[in-house]
Design a protein around this ligand. Structure first.
Ligand code: 13P
Length: 251
């Protein structure tokens, strides 16, 4: 089963409206009408509408960086799946390590967000990854396995192939220290194996697993060439048209 490569840019909490519009325009023009890979950009939520307008008719999809798992109601400061769809989103990043570390987001919350995303017909990108301390203690598989099981709790096998997993080792995020292709492939293979246990090997073989953490045009081809790496979730390098497009071209 061939899996379509998916390259997504996580813009995190960066830029202002004019730079968001210019970046979206630059990426969409460079990507053209028929990219060989699936491409998405995930701006800060306040710029989703603006970026959606810029991307209208383009092959570049729009994603959000988070959602709140409830319908409309008294949840001051939050945004739900229906609102994201209304803004033109097709994707939503869930459980990013920055949210886990800074906002205390738990696997249980991620699993609730996952259910809400699927109910709202969004494609969830569920992030997992170990810290340097975990890795040095030989706990990578324990930590990633626990996060994956907890975050996918309650996910029905029939919906699993519509979920994207992003393996993002925390020590490689924004540090310039990329996991070697072998290190990344080892964990991706572990994740696929675990997905096979949670669902079926057939379902697992259809699920896409992105790598994230200091992906750059110079290392993307080797990472994306690994058998179990099906795309990239890109932070810093997605903020520059040339760098992001360089990664897309490597896909
Ligand atoms: P960097 O590409 O800046 O390391 O960030 C990765 C990331 O966290 C994407 O979600």
């Amino acid at each position: 089963m061939s899996r379509r490569t998916i390259i997504a840019g996580n813009w995190k909490m960066n830029m202002r409206a004019d730079t968001a519009a210019a970046l979206a325009k630059g990426v969409s023009e460079a990507v053209g009408e028929n990219p060989s890979v699936e491409v998405a950009v995930c701006p800060p939520s306040v710029y989703l509408h603006l970026v959606s307008d810029v991307l209208a008719g383009s092959a570049v999809g729009l994603g959000a960086q988070n959602l709140y798992p409830a319908g409309d109601g008294a949840y001051t400061g939050e945004v739900n799946a229906a609102m994201l769809s209304d803004c033109g989103c097709r994707y939503v990043i869930l459980g990013h390590s920055e949210r886990r570390a800074l906002m205390g987001e738990t696997d249980k919350q991620v699993s609730e967000k996952l259910a809400a995303a699927l109910a709202g017909n969004l494609v969830p990108i569920v992030c997992v990854g170990e810290t340097l301390e975990d890795r040095e203690a030989g706990k990578t598989e324990d930590v990633v396995g626990t996060q994956l099981r907890g975050s996918l709790e309650g996910l029905d096998e029939s919906r699993a192939t519509g979920v994207v997993i992003a393996y993002e080792p925390v020590w490689a995020i924004g540090t310039g220290k990329t996991a070697t292709p072998e290190q990344a492939e080892d964990v991706h293979a572990f994740i696929r194996n675990l997905l096979g246990e949670l669902f079926t090997p057939e379902v697992a073989s259809q699920m896409r697993i992105q790598y994230g953490g200091s992906v750059k045009p110079g290392n993307a081809e080797e990472l994306l060439g690994q058998p179990n790496i099906d795309g990239a979730l890109v932070g810093g390098a997605s903020l520059k048209v040339d760098d992001f497009v360089g990664i897309i071209k490597a896909g």
